[in-house]
Design a protein around this ligand. Structure first.
Ligand SMILES: Nc1ncnc2c1ncn2[C@@H]1O[C@H](COP(=O)(O)OP(=O)(O)O)[C@@H](O)[C@H]1O
Ligand SMILES: CCCC(=O)OP(=O)(O)O
Length: 374
Protein backbone atom coordinates (compact mmCIF):
# COMPACT_ATOMS: atom_id res chain seq x y z
CA UNK A 1 0.00 0.00 0.00
CA UNK A 2 1.18 3.52 -0.76
CA UNK A 3 2.34 5.54 2.26
CA UNK A 4 -0.33 8.18 2.88
CA UNK A 5 0.47 11.37 4.76
CA UNK A 6 -2.63 12.53 6.65
CA UNK A 7 -3.02 15.56 8.91
CA UNK A 8 -5.89 15.30 11.41
CA UNK A 9 -7.44 18.17 13.38
CA UNK A 10 -9.72 17.71 16.38
CA UNK A 11 -11.04 20.91 17.95
CA UNK A 12 -12.52 20.28 21.42
CA UNK A 13 -14.27 22.44 24.01
CA UNK A 14 -11.04 23.25 25.81
CA UNK A 15 -8.32 21.97 23.47
CA UNK A 16 -7.16 21.50 19.89
CA UNK A 17 -5.52 18.20 19.01
CA UNK A 18 -3.48 17.76 15.84
CA UNK A 19 -1.65 14.73 14.45
CA UNK A 20 0.41 14.02 11.36
CA UNK A 21 0.34 10.35 10.38
CA UNK A 22 2.10 8.30 7.72
CA UNK A 23 -0.36 5.45 7.34
CA UNK A 24 -0.87 4.16 10.90
CA UNK A 25 2.37 5.69 12.21
CA UNK A 26 2.31 8.97 14.12
CA UNK A 27 4.91 11.43 12.86
CA UNK A 28 3.82 14.27 15.13
CA UNK A 29 1.02 14.80 17.61
CA UNK A 30 0.10 17.63 19.95
CA UNK A 31 -2.72 18.66 22.24
CA UNK A 32 -2.95 22.36 23.09
CA UNK A 33 -5.16 23.46 25.96
CA UNK A 34 -6.92 26.78 25.46
CA UNK A 35 -7.49 29.29 28.16
CA UNK A 36 -11.25 29.29 28.88
CA UNK A 37 -11.24 33.10 29.16
CA UNK A 38 -9.66 33.38 25.68
CA UNK A 39 -12.34 31.14 24.11
CA UNK A 40 -15.07 33.02 26.00
CA UNK A 41 -14.14 36.17 24.03
CA UNK A 42 -15.72 34.68 20.88
CA UNK A 43 -19.46 35.09 20.40
CA UNK A 44 -19.83 32.07 18.13
CA UNK A 45 -17.84 28.87 17.60
CA UNK A 46 -16.94 29.78 14.01
CA UNK A 47 -15.40 33.08 15.15
CA UNK A 48 -12.69 30.98 16.82
CA UNK A 49 -11.38 29.84 13.42
CA UNK A 50 -8.46 32.32 12.97
CA UNK A 51 -7.39 31.86 16.60
CA UNK A 52 -7.41 28.05 16.37
CA UNK A 53 -5.62 28.16 12.99
CA UNK A 54 -2.87 30.43 14.38
CA UNK A 55 -2.48 28.09 17.34
CA UNK A 56 -1.87 25.19 14.95
CA UNK A 57 0.48 27.20 12.72
CA UNK A 58 2.56 28.25 15.74
CA UNK A 59 2.84 24.66 16.90
CA UNK A 60 3.91 23.45 13.49
CA UNK A 61 6.50 26.20 13.22
CA UNK A 62 7.91 25.60 16.71
CA UNK A 63 8.28 21.89 15.93
CA UNK A 64 9.53 22.31 12.33
CA UNK A 65 6.62 20.27 10.96
CA UNK A 66 5.98 20.86 7.26
CA UNK A 67 2.70 20.03 5.55
CA UNK A 68 3.92 19.93 1.94
CA UNK A 69 3.03 16.60 0.37
CA UNK A 70 0.17 15.83 2.77
CA UNK A 71 -2.34 13.62 0.93
CA UNK A 72 -5.36 14.54 3.05
CA UNK A 73 -6.46 16.99 5.72
CA UNK A 74 -9.16 15.56 7.97
CA UNK A 75 -11.22 17.36 10.56
CA UNK A 76 -13.68 16.16 13.16
CA UNK A 77 -16.95 17.23 11.56
CA UNK A 78 -19.86 18.98 13.18
CA UNK A 79 -22.60 21.55 12.64
CA UNK A 80 -24.22 19.30 10.02
CA UNK A 81 -27.75 18.09 9.44
CA UNK A 82 -28.36 14.42 10.35
CA UNK A 83 -26.37 12.16 8.03
CA UNK A 84 -25.26 8.54 7.62
CA UNK A 85 -21.95 7.36 9.03
CA UNK A 86 -18.85 7.41 6.81
CA UNK A 87 -16.12 9.63 5.37
CA UNK A 88 -17.36 12.79 3.69
CA UNK A 89 -15.54 14.99 1.20
CA UNK A 90 -15.50 18.58 2.46
CA UNK A 91 -17.27 20.75 -0.12
CA UNK A 92 -18.92 24.18 -0.20
CA UNK A 93 -22.24 23.02 1.26
CA UNK A 94 -20.64 21.05 4.09
CA UNK A 95 -18.42 24.02 4.91
CA UNK A 96 -21.34 26.43 4.89
CA UNK A 97 -23.37 24.22 7.24
CA UNK A 98 -20.38 23.76 9.55
CA UNK A 99 -19.85 27.53 9.58
CA UNK A 100 -23.42 28.45 10.47
CA UNK A 101 -23.95 25.39 12.68
CA UNK A 102 -26.90 24.14 10.63
CA UNK A 103 -27.78 21.57 13.31
CA UNK A 104 -28.44 24.28 15.94
CA UNK A 105 -25.83 22.66 18.17
CA UNK A 106 -22.88 24.86 19.05
CA UNK A 107 -19.93 22.47 19.42
CA UNK A 108 -16.26 23.14 18.54
CA UNK A 109 -16.24 19.99 16.38
CA UNK A 110 -17.82 22.19 13.67
CA UNK A 111 -14.43 23.94 13.33
CA UNK A 112 -12.81 20.66 12.19
CA UNK A 113 -13.90 20.82 8.55
CA UNK A 114 -13.23 24.56 8.40
CA UNK A 115 -9.68 24.17 9.72
CA UNK A 116 -8.95 21.18 7.46
CA UNK A 117 -10.17 23.22 4.48
CA UNK A 118 -7.93 26.17 5.43
CA UNK A 119 -4.89 23.87 5.21
CA UNK A 120 -6.07 22.11 2.06
CA UNK A 121 -6.37 25.54 0.36
CA UNK A 122 -2.71 26.18 1.10
CA UNK A 123 -1.18 22.74 0.61
CA UNK A 124 -3.54 20.91 -1.75
CA UNK A 125 -4.57 17.30 -1.19
CA UNK A 126 -7.94 15.90 -0.20
CA UNK A 127 -10.16 17.19 2.57
CA UNK A 128 -12.52 15.03 4.64
CA UNK A 129 -14.56 14.71 7.79
CA UNK A 130 -15.19 11.27 9.30
CA UNK A 131 -18.23 10.14 11.32
CA UNK A 132 -19.17 13.58 12.67
CA UNK A 133 -21.24 13.87 15.88
CA UNK A 134 -24.28 14.42 13.63
CA UNK A 135 -24.22 10.84 12.27
CA UNK A 136 -27.77 9.62 12.71
CA UNK A 137 -28.66 6.02 11.93
CA UNK A 138 -31.58 5.64 14.34
CA UNK A 139 -34.44 3.38 13.38
CA UNK A 140 -37.77 5.15 12.90
CA UNK A 141 -39.26 3.74 16.09
CA UNK A 142 -36.40 5.20 18.15
CA UNK A 143 -37.33 8.73 17.08
CA UNK A 144 -40.78 8.88 18.62
CA UNK A 145 -41.42 10.73 21.89
CA UNK A 146 -44.66 11.33 23.77
CA UNK A 147 -44.84 14.89 22.46
CA UNK A 148 -45.65 15.07 18.78
CA UNK A 149 -43.55 18.18 18.14
CA UNK A 150 -40.46 16.60 19.68
CA UNK A 151 -38.55 14.03 17.62
CA UNK A 152 -35.40 12.33 18.86
CA UNK A 153 -32.15 12.72 16.94
CA UNK A 154 -28.63 11.40 17.42
CA UNK A 155 -25.74 13.57 18.65
CA UNK A 156 -22.97 11.56 20.20
CA UNK A 157 -19.32 10.51 19.95
CA UNK A 158 -19.81 8.64 16.66
CA UNK A 159 -16.17 9.00 15.63
CA UNK A 160 -14.75 7.18 18.65
CA UNK A 161 -17.72 4.84 18.99
CA UNK A 162 -17.44 3.57 15.40
CA UNK A 163 -13.64 3.27 15.49
CA UNK A 164 -13.85 1.29 18.74
CA UNK A 165 -16.41 -0.99 17.12
CA UNK A 166 -14.29 -1.52 13.99
CA UNK A 167 -11.19 -2.34 16.09
CA UNK A 168 -13.00 -4.63 18.52
CA UNK A 169 -14.73 -6.52 15.72
CA UNK A 170 -11.33 -7.04 14.07
CA UNK A 171 -9.87 -8.31 17.35
CA UNK A 172 -12.52 -11.06 17.47
CA UNK A 173 -12.05 -11.98 13.81
CA UNK A 174 -15.22 -10.30 12.54
CA UNK A 175 -16.27 -7.11 10.80
CA UNK A 176 -18.24 -4.27 12.37
CA UNK A 177 -21.10 -5.13 10.01
CA UNK A 178 -21.28 -8.67 11.46
CA UNK A 179 -21.59 -7.61 15.11
CA UNK A 180 -23.96 -6.08 17.62
CA UNK A 181 -22.33 -3.90 20.27
CA UNK A 182 -23.28 -1.56 23.07
CA UNK A 183 -20.67 1.18 23.14
CA UNK A 184 -20.13 3.77 25.86
CA UNK A 185 -17.89 6.80 25.51
CA UNK A 186 -17.16 7.93 29.06
CA UNK A 187 -15.09 11.10 28.90
CA UNK A 188 -15.84 14.82 29.21
CA UNK A 189 -19.23 13.87 27.74
CA UNK A 190 -20.88 10.47 28.12
CA UNK A 191 -22.66 8.64 25.30
CA UNK A 192 -24.12 5.14 25.05
CA UNK A 193 -25.36 3.61 21.78
CA UNK A 194 -26.67 0.35 20.36
CA UNK A 195 -24.76 -0.66 17.22
CA UNK A 196 -26.54 -3.29 15.13
CA UNK A 197 -24.63 -4.76 12.20
CA UNK A 198 -22.65 -1.57 11.54
CA UNK A 199 -25.36 0.99 12.29
CA UNK A 200 -26.07 3.01 15.45
CA UNK A 201 -29.76 2.25 15.65
CA UNK A 202 -30.40 3.99 18.98
CA UNK A 203 -28.44 5.91 21.53
CA UNK A 204 -28.58 8.97 23.68
CA UNK A 205 -28.58 12.50 22.37
CA UNK A 206 -26.05 14.02 24.72
CA UNK A 207 -26.55 17.50 23.31
CA UNK A 208 -30.31 17.56 23.88
CA UNK A 209 -30.18 16.19 27.42
CA UNK A 210 -30.60 12.44 27.31
CA UNK A 211 -28.78 9.68 29.15
CA UNK A 212 -26.50 9.65 32.18
CA UNK A 213 -25.21 12.81 33.80
CA UNK A 214 -21.64 13.61 32.79
CA UNK A 215 -18.87 15.92 34.02
CA UNK A 216 -20.50 19.03 32.48
CA UNK A 217 -23.88 17.75 31.27
CA UNK A 218 -26.98 17.13 33.38
CA UNK A 219 -28.22 14.17 31.31
CA UNK A 220 -31.89 13.15 31.45
CA UNK A 221 -33.93 15.10 34.02
CA UNK A 222 -37.61 14.45 34.91
CA UNK A 223 -39.57 16.79 32.62
CA UNK A 224 -42.08 18.37 35.01
CA UNK A 225 -39.61 19.65 37.67
CA UNK A 226 -37.36 20.86 34.87
CA UNK A 227 -40.23 22.82 33.30
CA UNK A 228 -41.15 24.31 36.71
CA UNK A 229 -37.54 25.41 37.18
CA UNK A 230 -37.58 27.02 33.73
CA UNK A 231 -40.66 29.07 34.70
CA UNK A 232 -39.59 29.77 38.28
CA UNK A 233 -38.16 33.16 37.33
CA UNK A 234 -34.81 32.16 38.82
CA UNK A 235 -33.07 31.47 35.52
CA UNK A 236 -33.07 32.80 31.95
CA UNK A 237 -33.41 30.41 28.98
CA UNK A 238 -29.68 30.75 28.36
CA UNK A 239 -28.88 29.90 31.98
CA UNK A 240 -31.18 26.87 31.94
CA UNK A 241 -29.61 25.59 28.72
CA UNK A 242 -26.17 26.08 30.24
CA UNK A 243 -27.30 24.26 33.39
CA UNK A 244 -28.25 21.25 31.27
CA UNK A 245 -25.33 21.21 28.84
CA UNK A 246 -22.36 23.13 30.28
CA UNK A 247 -22.60 23.43 34.05
CA UNK A 248 -24.65 20.36 34.86
CA UNK A 249 -23.64 16.92 36.14
CA UNK A 250 -20.48 16.81 38.23
CA UNK A 251 -20.04 20.59 37.90
CA UNK A 252 -23.51 21.31 39.30
CA UNK A 253 -23.15 18.87 42.18
CA UNK A 254 -19.48 19.21 43.06
CA UNK A 255 -18.15 22.32 41.33
CA UNK A 256 -15.65 20.59 39.05
CA UNK A 257 -15.71 18.67 35.78
CA UNK A 258 -12.57 16.79 36.75
CA UNK A 259 -13.83 13.24 37.14
CA UNK A 260 -10.42 12.03 38.28
CA UNK A 261 -10.61 14.41 41.24
CA UNK A 262 -14.18 13.29 42.04
CA UNK A 263 -13.20 9.62 41.84
CA UNK A 264 -10.40 10.28 44.33
CA UNK A 265 -12.71 12.17 46.67
CA UNK A 266 -15.23 9.31 46.41
CA UNK A 267 -12.51 6.75 47.16
CA UNK A 268 -11.36 8.79 50.15
CA UNK A 269 -14.90 8.42 51.53
CA UNK A 270 -16.29 11.95 51.04
CA UNK A 271 -20.02 11.04 51.24
CA UNK A 272 -21.50 13.44 48.68
CA UNK A 273 -18.70 12.89 46.14
CA UNK A 274 -19.17 9.10 46.57
CA UNK A 275 -22.94 9.39 46.04
CA UNK A 276 -22.61 11.48 42.86
CA UNK A 277 -19.73 9.41 41.42
CA UNK A 278 -21.66 6.18 42.00
CA UNK A 279 -24.94 7.70 40.74
CA UNK A 280 -23.25 8.68 37.48
CA UNK A 281 -21.99 5.12 37.01
CA UNK A 282 -25.40 3.72 38.03
CA UNK A 283 -26.99 5.84 35.28
CA UNK A 284 -24.47 4.53 32.72
CA UNK A 285 -25.33 0.95 33.75
CA UNK A 286 -29.08 1.61 33.40
CA UNK A 287 -28.56 3.10 29.95
CA UNK A 288 -26.49 0.08 28.85
CA UNK A 289 -29.38 -2.11 30.02
CA UNK A 290 -31.84 -0.19 27.86
CA UNK A 291 -29.60 -0.62 24.80
CA UNK A 292 -29.41 -4.38 25.50
CA UNK A 293 -33.19 -4.47 25.09
CA UNK A 294 -32.95 -2.45 21.87
CA UNK A 295 -30.66 -5.23 20.59
CA UNK A 296 -33.04 -7.88 21.98
CA UNK A 297 -30.23 -9.31 24.09
CA UNK A 298 -28.15 -10.22 21.03
CA UNK A 299 -25.01 -8.39 22.13
CA UNK A 300 -21.51 -9.42 21.00
CA UNK A 301 -19.80 -7.11 23.48
CA UNK A 302 -20.05 -4.02 25.64
CA UNK A 303 -17.19 -1.68 24.79
CA UNK A 304 -16.07 1.19 27.02
CA UNK A 305 -13.99 4.15 25.82
CA UNK A 306 -13.11 7.68 26.99
CA UNK A 307 -10.86 9.15 29.67
CA UNK A 308 -12.82 7.89 32.68
CA UNK A 309 -12.28 4.30 31.56
CA UNK A 310 -8.75 4.59 32.99
CA UNK A 311 -10.57 4.26 36.31
CA UNK A 312 -10.53 0.60 37.34
CA UNK A 313 -13.30 1.00 39.96
CA UNK A 314 -15.62 2.45 37.30
CA UNK A 315 -14.93 -0.45 34.93
CA UNK A 316 -15.49 -2.93 37.77
CA UNK A 317 -18.86 -1.37 38.69
CA UNK A 318 -20.03 -1.42 35.09
CA UNK A 319 -18.82 -5.01 34.73
CA UNK A 320 -20.70 -6.05 37.87
CA UNK A 321 -23.88 -4.37 36.62
CA UNK A 322 -23.76 -5.48 32.99
CA UNK A 323 -21.73 -8.65 32.53
CA UNK A 324 -24.93 -10.70 32.49
CA UNK A 325 -25.61 -9.02 29.11
CA UNK A 326 -22.24 -9.55 27.41
CA UNK A 327 -18.50 -9.39 28.03
CA UNK A 328 -17.14 -5.93 28.80
CA UNK A 329 -13.97 -4.69 27.09
CA UNK A 330 -12.28 -1.46 28.18
CA UNK A 331 -10.53 0.80 25.66
CA UNK A 332 -9.37 3.66 27.92
CA UNK A 333 -8.87 7.00 26.16
CA UNK A 334 -9.98 7.45 22.59
CA UNK A 335 -9.05 6.68 18.99
CA UNK A 336 -10.38 9.90 17.46
CA UNK A 337 -7.19 10.96 15.67
CA UNK A 338 -6.59 7.40 14.41
CA UNK A 339 -10.23 7.18 13.36
CA UNK A 340 -10.00 10.28 11.19
CA UNK A 341 -6.80 9.08 9.58
CA UNK A 342 -8.14 5.55 8.94
CA UNK A 343 -11.36 6.95 7.47
CA UNK A 344 -9.39 9.10 5.02
CA UNK A 345 -7.06 6.24 4.08
CA UNK A 346 -9.94 3.79 3.53
CA UNK A 347 -11.30 6.21 0.93
CA UNK A 348 -7.95 7.02 -0.70
CA UNK A 349 -7.16 3.29 -0.93
CA UNK A 350 -10.53 2.66 -2.60
CA UNK A 351 -11.81 0.43 0.21
CA UNK A 352 -14.73 2.81 0.76
CA UNK A 353 -16.31 5.55 -1.33
CA UNK A 354 -16.21 9.12 -0.03
CA UNK A 355 -19.76 10.28 0.67
CA UNK A 356 -21.20 13.57 -0.52
CA UNK A 357 -22.96 15.72 2.05
CA UNK A 358 -26.41 16.49 0.64
CA UNK A 359 -27.64 18.79 3.40
CA UNK A 360 -30.86 16.79 3.32
CA UNK A 361 -31.45 15.33 6.80
CA UNK A 362 -31.66 11.53 6.81
CA UNK A 363 -35.08 11.80 8.41
CA UNK A 364 -37.96 14.25 8.25
CA UNK A 365 -39.04 16.31 11.20
CA UNK A 366 -35.57 17.41 12.24
CA UNK A 367 -35.61 20.25 14.80
CA UNK A 368 -39.08 19.29 15.98
CA UNK A 369 -40.89 19.80 12.69
CA UNK A 370 -43.81 17.72 11.44
CA UNK A 371 -42.82 14.12 11.21
CA UNK A 372 -44.81 12.29 8.54
CA UNK A 373 -44.68 8.54 8.89
CA UNK A 374 -43.78 6.74 5.64
N1 LIG B 1 -8.21 7.49 36.18
C1 LIG B 1 -9.26 8.30 36.02
N2 LIG B 1 -10.32 8.19 36.86
C2 LIG B 1 -11.41 8.97 36.72
N3 LIG B 1 -11.52 9.92 35.78
C3 LIG B 1 -10.50 10.09 34.93
C4 LIG B 1 -9.32 9.29 34.99
N4 LIG B 1 -8.48 9.69 34.00
C5 LIG B 1 -9.12 10.71 33.34
N5 LIG B 1 -10.32 10.95 33.90
C6 LIG B 1 -11.33 11.96 33.54
O1 LIG B 1 -11.75 11.80 32.19
C7 LIG B 1 -12.27 13.05 31.75
C8 LIG B 1 -11.68 13.39 30.40
O2 LIG B 1 -11.98 12.36 29.49
P1 LIG B 1 -11.58 12.52 27.95
O3 LIG B 1 -12.16 11.37 27.22
O4 LIG B 1 -10.11 12.74 27.85
O5 LIG B 1 -12.34 13.87 27.66
P2 LIG B 1 -12.71 14.68 26.36
O6 LIG B 1 -14.13 14.31 26.14
O7 LIG B 1 -12.51 16.08 26.80
O8 LIG B 1 -11.78 14.23 25.26
C9 LIG B 1 -11.86 14.11 32.78
O9 LIG B 1 -12.98 14.44 33.58
C10 LIG B 1 -10.79 13.37 33.58
O10 LIG B 1 -10.71 13.87 34.90
C1 LIG C 1 -22.19 15.67 20.11
C2 LIG C 1 -20.89 16.14 20.64
C3 LIG C 1 -20.06 15.03 21.12
C4 LIG C 1 -18.99 15.54 22.05
O1 LIG C 1 -17.81 15.51 21.73
O2 LIG C 1 -19.40 16.00 23.26
P1 LIG C 1 -18.43 16.39 24.48
O3 LIG C 1 -17.62 17.56 24.02
O4 LIG C 1 -19.38 16.72 25.61
O5 LIG C 1 -17.59 15.19 24.79
Amino acid sequence: MKVYKVFAINPGSTSTKISLFENENVVYTANVSHDASRLAQFQTISEQLPYRKDTILNLLKENSIRLEGVDAFVGRGGGLLPLEGGTYEVDELLLEHAKIGANNVAHPAQLGSQLAHEFKKEYGGKCFVVNPPDVDEYEEIARVTGIKEITRASHLHSLNQKETAIRHAKSIGKTYEECNFIICHIGGGISVAAHKKGRMIDGIDIVEGEGPMAPTRAGAIPAAPLIRLCYSGKYSEKEMLAKCTKNGGLVDHLGTSDALEISKRAKAGEPYAKLIWEAMIYQIIKTIGSMACVLQGKVDGILLGGGMVYNKALVEMITKGCEFIAAITAYPGEFEMEAMVSGAIRVMEGMEKAKKYTGIPVFQGFLGGNYESK
